[in-house]
Design a protein around this ligand. Sequence first.
Ligand SMILES: [Zn+2]
Length: 249
Amino acid sequence: MKKMTLIFSIVAVILSGCASVTGVKEKHSGEKEKWGYSKSDGPAHWKVFAPTCGTGHQQSPINIVSGNTIAMNHQYDLSLHENVDSMAKIVNNGHDIEVIPNHAGFLSLKGEKFNLLQFHFHGRSEHTVNGKRYAMVAHMVHQDPITKQYAVIAVFFKEGKANPFLNTIINNVGKTVEVDPQNLLPTNTSDYYHYLGSFTTPPCTENVQWYLLKTIQTASAAQIAHFREYYLNDERPIQKLYNRTVQSN
Ligand SMILES: [Zn+2]
């Protein structure tokens, strides 16, 4: 749809002959609105153009209080099915480092397929667990192509042993390389916290299934520093839980 919109915009510009190429670019990026994490365009400002960010009662991230969780009635294996090495674009999208694979398999939740669309990194974890913020987090964004519902897996990182997979990302920002997203996941993908939340960035879309893996991955101090060279303060503040419950296994 966006591509079509852009094509129509370009055609309109050519026909009208009065707008610059820059104007087209601005118009295109304007679809997403300019936002960031500073005082002038940060999280408190997002509701101006994305109302759900301000009014939603299902927002993310949250602080997980492990003592307040309830036992869950499922334990999915959150590893990727039909896993293939995939050519992936590694981009600095202006908000985080994002990896967009061509075809990267899917999650199976209650028999429904959720395709992996992209994964990206935050310079510190957005969710906290018992008030603890992790050194870094990867968010793996999946979508059910039929219901359009999203499911996001959070992989937390603490400082420790270097993670070879992260080097592939760090060394190839701006390039297209072969990436196996399965390598981002810990061996144990069956223990997690689960709740219903939202995107942590505009438009703060709700009804997102969150799965926060309990197995913590490691990244070296140098690797964490590398990601933070791009973005350090790209975490949305903790949101209210309202009447939601968090499940745990
Ligand atoms: Zn994220």
